[in-house]
Design a protein around this ligand. Structure first.
Ligand SMILES: NC(=O)c1ccc[n+]([C@@H]2O[C@H](COP(=O)([O-])OP(=O)(O)OC[C@H]3O[C@@H](n4cnc5c(N)ncnc54)[C@H](O)[C@@H]3O)[C@@H](O)[C@H]2O)c1
Length: 282
C-alpha cells in the first residue's frame, strides 16, 4: 500500500511509538513531518527516515505553535494530508518526566495509597493538557488547512477502555480522545476527512520504563527486578497473545486507516493490544 505523494505530520515523534509510526509512513513513501518538545529527538527521528522528512520543535497542545508548524509544512512540502496525534505523557510525574531517573536507588520513598488522593489539581490539569489538549489543539490547528480526503489518527490507550484507578487523569484524558475522535469524524465527514483512533496496549518505550520504575517503588517484592523485568511480567500476565506490542504494530494500523483501503472507515476505535481488552477494560 503506497502513500507516495502524501504528506503526514506526526506529533510526539521524537522517540517511542511516534518514531515507529514515522518509519511506517516513510516505508510507504510518504513525506514525513515529525514534531516533539525536544529538539535533539526530532532531529534524530527525521534524520533516520529514508524519505523526505522535516523535524520541528512544537508543543502539540498549543494551537499557535502547531499553526506555525503547518506554515512550515505548507512552505516546504506544499500541503498536509494526514495528521497523527500521538503526543502524550503517562504517569503522574509529568513535570520531571523528561529528566526522571529510571533506576531510583532510594527505597525509602513512601508508597502512595491512592492515585486519586495523590493527584493534585495541577497534576490533573497537566494530564489533560498533555494527553487531550494535544489532540484538540493540533487537530484544530490542522483542520482548516488539511487537504479534503485526508485523514486524522488519534492515539489513545487501553487505559481509556476500562477503569484506570492508578492513573485517573491519564485514563480520563485518553477516554476523551475517543469521544473527540467521533466528534471530529462527524465534523469533517463532509470534507471526506476520516478520523479514527488507535488504543495501544503494552509497548516498551520510555513511558513504560518510567511506569515500571514507579511500580517497583510501590511493590516491594519487585524492588530487585529491572524495569524491563517488571514490564515483561505485566505483559505475560495480561496479554492473551503473549507478546508485547511494537511501535510498528501501531504504525501499520495508522497507515491502513489513512489509506484508500479504509475509505469508508471513520470514527472507529481499534485496540492493538494482543487481546488485553478481550474481556472489557484492562
Ligand atoms: N507505551 C505504551 O505502552 C503506550 C500504551 C498506550 C498508549 N500509549 C500512548 O502512545 C503515545 C506515545 O507514547 P510512547 O510510549 O511512545 O511515549 P514516549 O514518552 O516514549 O514518547 C512520547 C513523546 O511525545 C513527546 N511529547 C509529549 N508531550 C508533547 C507535546 N505536548 N508536544 C509535543 N511532543 C510531546 C515526548 O517528548 C516524547 O518524545 C502517547 O500518547 C501514549 O499515551 C503508549
Amino acid at each position: 500500500m503506497s502513500l507516495e505523494g502524501k504528506v503526514v505530520l506526526i506529533t510526539g515523534a521524537g522517540r517511542g511509538i511516534g518514531a515507529g509510526i514515522a518509519h511506517c509512513y516513510a516505508a510507504r513513501n510518504a513525506k514525513v513531518v515529525v514534531t516533539d518538545l525536544v529538539q535533539d529527538l526530532v532531529e534524530e527521528t527525521a534524520a533516520s527516515l529514508p524519505t523526505e522528512a522535516l523535524g520541528l520543535v512544537a508543543d502539540a497542545a498549543s494551537q499557535e505553535a502547531m499553526g506555525k508548524v503547518i506554515d512550515t509544512v505548507e512552505e516546504k512540502l506544499g500541503k498536509l494530508d494526514i495528521l497523527v496525534n500521538n503526543a502524550g505523557i503517562g504517569g503522574p510525574e509529568l513535570d520531571s518526566f523528561l529528566e526522571m531517573d529510571l533506576e531510583p536507588t532510594d527505597d525509602s520513598a513512601p508508597a502512595p495509597t491512592s492515585a486519586f488522593l495523590s493527584t493534585t489539581d495541577e497534576m490533573w490539569e497537566q494530564a489533560i493538557r498533555y494527553n487531550l489538549s494535544t489532540t484538540f489543539s493540533s487537530s484544530t490547528a490542522a483542520m482548516p488547512r488539511m487537504n479534503d480526503g485526508g485523514s486524522i489518527i488519534n492515539i489513545s490507550s487501553i487505559a481509556a477502555l476500562g477503569a484506570a484507578a492508578q492513573s485517573p487523569g491519564y485514563g480520563a484524558a485518553k477516554a476523551a480522545v475517543i469521544h473527540l475522535t467521533k466528534s471530529l469524524a462527524q465534523e469533517l465527514a463532509p470534507r471526506k476527512i476520516r478520523v479514527n483512533c488507535i488504543c495501544p496496549g503494552l509497548l516498551w518505550t520510555r513511558a513504560w520504563e518510567l511506569l515500571a520504575s514507579q511500580i517497583k517503588m510501590t511493590q516491594k517484592e519487585m524492588a530487585n527486578m529491572t524495569n524491563r523485568q517488571v514490564f515483561e511480567g505485566v505483559v505475560a500476565q495480561m496479554t492473551p497473545l503473549g507478546e508485547e506490542q511494537t511501535p510498528e504494530d501501531i504504525g501499520r494500523l495508522a497507515v491502513f486507516f489513512s489509506s484508500e483501503e479504509a475509505r469508508m472507515i471513520t470514527g472507529q476505535v481499534v485496540a492493538v493490544d494482543g487481546g488485553i481488552t478481550l474481556n472489557g477494560g484492562m
